[in-house]
Design a protein around this ligand. Sequence first.
Ligand code: 5AD
Ligand code: SF4
Length: 356
Amino acid sequence: MQRQAVLQWLRAPEDRLDELWAAADECRRAHVGDAVHLRGLVEISSYCARNCHYCGLRADNHQARRYRLTVAEIMHAARQCVALGYGTIVLQAGEDYGLTQNWIADLIRLIKHDTGLAVTLSLGERRPEELRVWRSAGADRYLLRFETSNAALYARLHPAARTPRPDRLALLPMLRELGYEVGSGALVGLPGQTHEDLANDLLLLGELDLDMIGVGPFIPHPDTPLGVAPCDAEDQVRADELTTYRALALARLICPDANIPATTALATLNRAEGRLLGLQRGANVVMPNLTPAAQREDYAIYPDKACTHEDPTAYDAELRAQLSALGRSVGKGRGDSLRWRQRHANRRRDDYQEAS
Ligand code: 5AD
Ligand code: SF4
């Protein structure tokens, strides 16, 4: 898709958008089909060493309550994931160095041994050696959003880590090289983000040839530097529902084969219909929250998250009924990315040709 076309859709008047939704929905159907893959999301730690200006878990937010789940709590959630028929568990946390290399590796091995689930990690910018060890332990996928492709805006919102490390964009090819399915994405409506920036973010998704894509609206958190940020910069992208659907639909058109969730942040903007509309405008994944109820509220990257009071079993029943009403099936098995499967088939073929 050309940059000009992306910009036009980002700025198109509301009454033209049905055309965009229809194109994204058709592209989704043709490339990844009608199945919606469900992934169980477990937020394993709310500690974070970083200080992203938009996020409620940032280290300097002393109001945030911090927890780390025990192995027993995580395994309980993993069994729940299996019982609900989900093929993937997503282990997400702030950048918490208390989650050590060996602890995570042992956890991955235990989950694999006991459940056979596909394991997705979303643990921030970790050392290349950790990423390698976790992949060897059996982790299948890694999510790391680049958040914004505008380097100056990124630098403004992300104070550097205390120890020098490869930058975020450099980690993505490294993850790919290690054999992970790779996910990334951006925030919609960060204060200071222009439509040109968002168009660049969306085009970058295509250049990175991602397996998974997460795009969600920025939601201000009152205990962060951006909590009270009425931002009227020129050409500022709005952090609203409609703009998020535009970005989602364009992400699908730019990356037809990717797995793209209807995010919780989107559901937070429209509790009744956000996820369902997302699924009809490009998305093909939902990530129901399986974090234990006692800690759920404390994983507050932004306030009032849609899933805070969702009971996994009740939400699962509701979601299945809604999907069936939309004429969509529930994905079976692990729901691997098509790109990843192709890439691995090619790799195996190349290895074979080299060997013979
Ligand atoms: N609003 C919306 N999304 C946020 N994230 C962090 N803070 C916020 C916020 N205030 C997103 C980031 C991060 C993901 C785990 O949560 O994009 O990558
Ligand atoms: Fe930490 Fe992630 Fe929040 Fe940044 S976005 S402060 S790395 S949890």
